[in-house]
Design a protein around this ligand. Structure first.
Ligand SMILES: NC(=O)c1ccc[n+]([C@@H]2O[C@H](COP(=O)([O-])OP(=O)(O)OC[C@H]3O[C@@H](n4cnc5c(N)ncnc54)[C@H](OP(=O)(O)O)[C@@H]3O)[C@@H](O)[C@H]2O)c1
Length: 162
């Protein structure tokens, strides 16, 4: 299992249900990486998408504790155990954990690769990702080249589980 996330300098990932920044090349990277594969997300992240609709051309698996929850075009699971069992149906695809904070925190231990868009800036935030630079079980394998969008500097980085 892999994860894909955009963080700022403080490893912040979101504020008031929204992303911190909108970088077109990052959105494109996210789309091309995850398309044709499986994306795993929390209910709040699903509801942050336009129209609260699942992402096209991907298997969307959504975690919620609400047994009555439905979302057209999404596979719903109610705990981590059910998620892991469901993922066995998709062994021919890559699995990407796509957030948000609660889901990254619970699934980090199952991931072997983290694709981290590092945004070299600081934003007001209420949701964070664990700082992989301070976690000895993770190592930055690719620090990425410096990129810039409208004055915002960012890097596509990869971390591998040791
Ligand atoms: N920067 C990035 O790359 C990135 C990526 C994704 C999201 N985000 C941001 O992150 C924020 C959302 O993150 P969040 O942490 O608030 O919410 P979230 O992780 O997207 O969703 C939380 C919800 O997931 C469900 N859930 C969590 N653990 C569960 C479990 N073990 N079993 C069953 N259901 C479970 C619960 O749904 P119920 O309440 O329905 O039970 C919970 O309320 C937003 O600001 C979003 O924009 C950033």
């Amino acid at each position: 299992m892999k994860l894909i996330v955009a963080v700022d300098r403080n490893w912040a990932i979101g504020n008031e249900g929204k992303l911190l920044a909108s970088i077109p090349e990052d959105m494109k990277f996210f789309r091309t990486t995850t398309t044709g594969n499986v994306v795993v997300m929390g209910r709040k992240t699903l509801e942050s998408f336009p129209g609260k609709r699942p992402l096209k051309n991907r298997v969307n698996i959504v975690l919620t504790r609400d047994e009555g929850y439905t979302a057209d075009g999404a596979v719903i699971v109610h705990d981590i155990e059910e998620l892991l069992a469901k993922l066995e149906d998709y062994s021919d695809k890559e699995i990407y954990v796509i957030g948000g904070g609660t889901i990254y925190n619970q699934l980090l231990k199952y991931c072997d690769t983290a694709l981290v868009t590092y945004i070299d800036d600081e934003f007001k935030a209420d949701t964070y990702f664990p700082n992989l630079d301070k976690d000895e079980s993770w190592k930055m394998a690719d620090s990425g080249e410096r990129k810039e969008h409208e004055g915002t500097v960012y890097y596509f980085r990869r971390y591998d589980k040791m």
